[in-house]
Design a protein around this ligand. Structure first.
Ligand SMILES: Nc1ncnc2c1ncn2[C@@H]1O[C@H](COP(=O)(O)OP(=O)(O)OP(=O)(O)O)[C@@H](O)[C@H]1O
Ligand SMILES: [Mg+2]
Length: 118
């Protein structure tokens, strides 16, 4: 099993969740996080009063982190769905990280491993 963590633009969350559910991944955890990538939190270019432009930067930007646990064989398809729902080609589209996961337990049934995740 793998835990797939995706750190994404906040306003893409609903669309991403819908795409995941339609593709057979209904289970997801969503966390509000603060983060920075290679632009170090550079946020946007703003227009000054009276003209001119000014880069506005923030130390950290608010993002949404989606966590989805799946069987190993599902990882490429899951990554494809998340990437397709979040790629604009602009900086800040997000990042996806894949971590090994040692166990999962469905509390109601006592199912463990893949049966708890499916
Ligand atoms: N190396 C990293 N380790 C942990 N979290 C990261 C890392 N890089 C990015 N993140 C997280 O992912 C979020 C989105 O990153 P972002 O999409 O800006 O990546 P990037 O590497 O800067 O690529 P881009 O140039 O397309 O913006 C960040 O705000 C941060 O929360
Ligand atoms: Mg960035």
């Amino acid at each position: 099993m793998k835990e797939v963590m995706a750190i994404l633009r906040r306003h893409r969350t609903r669309e991403t969740q819908r795409a995941l559910a339609e593709a057979g991944f209904p289970g997801v955890t969503i966390v509000d996080v603060l983060g920075r990538g290679r632009e170090s939190g550079l946020a946007y270019t703003a227009t000054r009063e009276g003209g001119g432009e000014q880069e506005v930067s923030m130390a950290f930007l608010p993002k949404k982190m989606l966590q989805v646990v799946v069987e190993d064989g599902e990882v490429p398809r899951l990554i494809g769905i998340i990437a397709a729902a979040n790629r604009t080609g602009e900086i800040g589209d997000g990042k996806i990280f894949v971590c090994p996961l040692s166990q999962a337990v469905q509390i109601r049934t006592g199912n463990t491993g893949a049966a708890a995740v499916r």
